[in-house]
Ligand binder design. Sequence first.
Ligand SMILES: [Zn+2]
Length: 1063
Amino acid sequence: MNQLLSFSAILVLLCFCIGECKYMVYDTSQTVRADKINVHLVPHSHDDVGWLKTVDQYYTGANNSIRGACVQNVLDSVISALLDDRNRKFIYVEIAFFQRWWNQQSEVLKTKVKELVSTGQLEFINGGMCMHDEATPHYIDLIDQTSLGHMFIDREFGQKPRVGWQIDPFGHSAVQAYLLGAEVGFDSLFFARMDYQDREKRKNEKTLEFVWQGSKSLGSSSQLFTGIFPRHYDPPDGFTFEINDVSEPIQDDVLLFDYNVQERVNDFVAAAIAQANVTRTNHIMWAMGTDFRYQYALSWFRQMDKFIHYVNLDGRVNALYSTPSIYTDAKYAADETWPLKTDDFFPYADKANTYWTGYFTSRPTFKGYVRTMSGYYVAARQLEFYKGRNGSGPNTDALADALAIAQHHDAVSGTQRQHVAADYALRIAKGYAEAEEVVASSLTFLTSLRSSEYIEKSVGTFQQCPLLNISYCPPSEAVLGDGKSLVIVVYNPLGWEREEVVRIPVSSHELIVLDSGGKEIKSQLLPIFNASLNTRNYHVKAYLGKSPSNTPLYWLGFTASVPPLGFNTYIISSAKHTDTRSTMSTVWTSDSTSDKTVVVGGGNLKLHYATDEGKLTHYINNRSLVEESMEHSYSYYSGHNSTNQASGAYIFRPNGAFPIKTEGQKAFAILKGPIMDEVHQELNPWIYQITRVYKEKEHAEVEFTIGPIPIDDGIGKEITTQITTNFKTNKTFYTDSNGRDFIKRVLDFRTDWDLQVNEPVAGNYYPINLGAYVEDGTMELSVLVDRAVGGSSLVDGQIELMLHRRLLFDDAKGVGEVLNETICVQGDCKGLVVQGKFYIRIDPMGDGAKWRRTFGQEIYSPLLLAFAEQEGDDWKNSHASSFSMIDASYSLPNNTAIITLQELESGKVLLRLAHLYEVGEDKDYSAMASVELKKLFPNRKISKVTEMNLSGNQERGEMEKRRLNWKVKDSSEGKIVRGGGVDPEKLVVELGPMEIRTFFIDFDYLTPKKGRAVILIIMFTVAEDGEGVADKNNHPYTAMGAVGRLAVAAAAAVEGMEIRRFL
Ligand SMILES: [Zn+2]
């Protein structure tokens, strides 16, 4: 009946047209209809923020021999096509591109585009700077990159993206669903890639759409409607219309020989019905576009105009221009009860032997660099805030931008071409250089007791050592003497006090370390061995283009004690007497004893080694009474080279596992001393490892140096390490989601379907950002990492991490290059060497979370070191030797962290607080936490606290009112704990387990009481004139010195004037 009707409709139209019809007006105004299958046509372009080309090359259309792609063309032509027909719609996702385009447009066009956005023709969805990867970024980076984009959209358009659009990432994380989905205010999330077995089952059961609860702790309070495309993020076959695409266009002029309206309408209806058969409700979505499409937008819109027109005349299904928001609202209006999904979508396989688990480790040094810079950015923003943001720079904005695009799913994932990886790293390095200036000038400002003039002059006082990990640090290596000594300011970006060992390379063995009170403290010297020096010298030359001028002889280690969000100062000078100088480590080698066992560790933790083979045999903690056998080994997988499916940048496809045996007896040495013990092992010419046990810590730290991985046998290799105990762990292990929630994994098992196992190793690999653990009911073995890696527990009681990979075949997933990284000095290249750390600990059952969470945060936010030189005793007299931003009697509870403290361009301060524990994870710390804002900012008057959504683009209350509440099948859960509202008088923020709360804080001009001003004057003795009075604009102090400001504060207190801010 329907068919008959529609056919006659077309006949009518034909009759009307024959012989006279030249200009056609297409009716594209159709909206949703309740009585038909609605085909939501969603025009989109998937624009990778760097992959085969750099972000700028993609934007401008440069380097088109690699790939004809120019995002500028996409945006230019889309905007014009939207203005031509007000029914057309388009979504845009990647703000890194949009921002580049927007900044170049005229005010006239900007006004028109704003109108397109306000009418919903152009909609921003996802809205971060990039479409981030979900396996390898840290959640703090995900929040930052999303916030940067969302705040841009809010600032320019007043819009809040409603939909997550993670169509291309290679697997999907729980943190994406609840944190970067629900908590930013999204109503839905859409993606394309999922396990092929899971997809088949979901198609059969019509469960490609569901409600996803990513967090055990936040449960239904953070759930998200999620839709997976039945195949990929492009249209059904035959409906792609880029200029060179082969789909048949609609030819509706009857004079054309190939007139085909009815055939094409039939094709459309058939594809719609096929999709409707695997979808609940009468709404289906077609993602009309794919990678870098709409470079000539009309080629798409022209066809969609016609399809909408003729399909609706036909009437069997309803076709409309739509967006994922319109689609989401239609799904919601259908009032369906949706199936529930928990945990995540890792690992992803698109075929039996194609597991996308290699990229969890690909480009390990880049992953390490991104993570290091991420932690640095958190600290740099704090220091920027203390001093006052400088809008015209230097500031941390460039580092923010660089880190944001580095979260793209072909950036930190390691799946881009080599020249693109270099481009990301260069952007980060430039951002770092500017942030380093911010940090140095803020520390100069915070430490100086002198005039602003002095401070301006001494901006170069502080040096930092980004290559400290390879023992390169010119200021600490400088030979001390002639009254010169080294000043180290140690900054702690966390909200609790820390005692940690600081290690720096030095050139003398006659040294003494003094704390900020001038008291001599314990220190230890450890000789730097040739293996480390070789790594150092080669890489310094590679990075800086010149050989280091000094050669340090020792590491100097001492314990720094640093207040929360503050610093402490240590002074190192040459020692005159042997009885006060640093303790030289004793060096023990295997041929110096006949004992079978050697014990390492001067505190509670003892590691036992068998002297004959140099093997770790036991892990013993005298305090917790843990006593377990433990082995630590390395092995490699040879990369499959089959043309059918090779191991490559994305794919892990092993072709056999091979243990790496220690070659001979060389270089098994143990250094012992009062601060730490170290075990040095050169396993072979390309694996060197140091196992470190600090006297005051109860974990082992392993520093590995791996590479160049040999490939002269023509075989690519993927290097792993195994920590093995006898625990019976029942095939069960836990890995984190983006450094946050831990998710239970079971070997060869998936929660959502009966897994057919084709790749017993690669199919059991998961991304690890924080760590992994196993437990046997009485003990927990935890391993924490310093960057994203892949890992698993393939054998009971064992944790395996993949640390490095070098492969000789492309895995045919698009990058078209082999993952064979090299490092070059003057054109002479060798395989990439990676140096990194992981940390091992065993706890009695139930105690492991404390270490994983608290120490995990310390790994992410290491102490920041800044170095200066002093002559005589000058430093102490002219500098503040310690500082804490927060009230001296206060510290953040150990289950919370400040993950963002940042002065925004608007002058408001962005504060994000995170609860670090999951519900039920720890008997003490999984409780509600509270943070007293007044004590966080003791010297500033808080005038207003506004709670925001996670990305800071809308008030939390409004977001909650607006968000859709989906009906879920089989949902049962306990009470969800979240913090209550913040009383404007008390200003105490409560945080439930795993909760992150985001605030904008306004500070008042301060009117200090006389008492405070007097105290400050006493503290800072020198007052200076001529500083003028603090103005009331946003940045009154950026050009003023500490003392100048304090003098102003004092003067103002006397005269009753307003002062906006001081420390
Ligand atoms: Zn992509």
